[in-house]
Ligand binder design. Structure first.
Ligand code: HEM
Length: 154
């Protein structure tokens, strides 16, 4: 497949919801990266606001679009079609995504002191670093899934 055909498949075969989900997830990934740089620059209030907004944005996209797609189209085919590339990528993506999401929400709830003190962690760095890495991995596997599902790539 030539580049023009790939670009055309990626932009015409995908439903509008998938394109919007992709765009918003990329915005969230950029926000997470800006937020990380703010922490490096010791601008902690701005860091906190940006990261919380990014977690809220990605949680909304996942809840509004991805969970539905997963429940309707992927889950009923597991394990029967796990050997097919699209279903395998979707399953790996969902597992990475769930872990990233739970960890991200846990970090936000701890930062906002919304959890009882015994459930909060005190060492922020390892939790923040691993949730950032997992969010990026979730984004990469999501982009791969988009390419596999709508342009037959991968
Ligand atoms: C950190 C968390 C996550 C990130 C960054 C992320 C990112 C993405 C991206 C960029 C796409 C491509 C756009 C699209 O096709 O809609 C995608 C698609 C998808 N994701 Fe996620 N995702 C995350 C969590 C999850 C979770 C928890 C699930 C499962 C419950 C999930 C299931 C799916 C499915 C089924 C699709 C294909 C949707 C479709 O095209 O109909 N994702 N994801």
């Amino acid at each position: 497949m030539g580049l023009a055909a790939i670009v055309s498949a990626l932009t015409t075969k995908a439903p509008a919801g998938a394109m919007l989900a992709l765009a918003l997830t990329v915005v969230a990934a950029v926000m997470f990266t800006v937020g990380w740089r703010l922490a490096v620059a010791h601008r902690y209030t701005a860091h906190r606001r940006v990261q919380i907004a990014a977690v809220v944005l990605s949680t909304a996209v996942i809840a509004a679009w991805m969970v539905r797609s997963f429940v309707l189209y992927v889950a009923p085919q597991i394990p029967a079609r796990l050997s097919q590339r699209a279903y395998a990528v979707a399953t790996v993506h969902a597992v990475v995504g769930v872990i990233a999401l739970v960890l991200g929400i846990y970090v936000v709830l701890t930062a906002l002191k919304l959890l009882p003190p015994r459930l909060r962690f005190t060492h922020f760095k390892p939790f923040m670093r691993s949730s950032y890495a997992l969010y990026l991995l979730g984004t990469l596997t999501g982009v791969l899934l988009y390419a596999v599902a709508y342009a037959g790539l991968g």
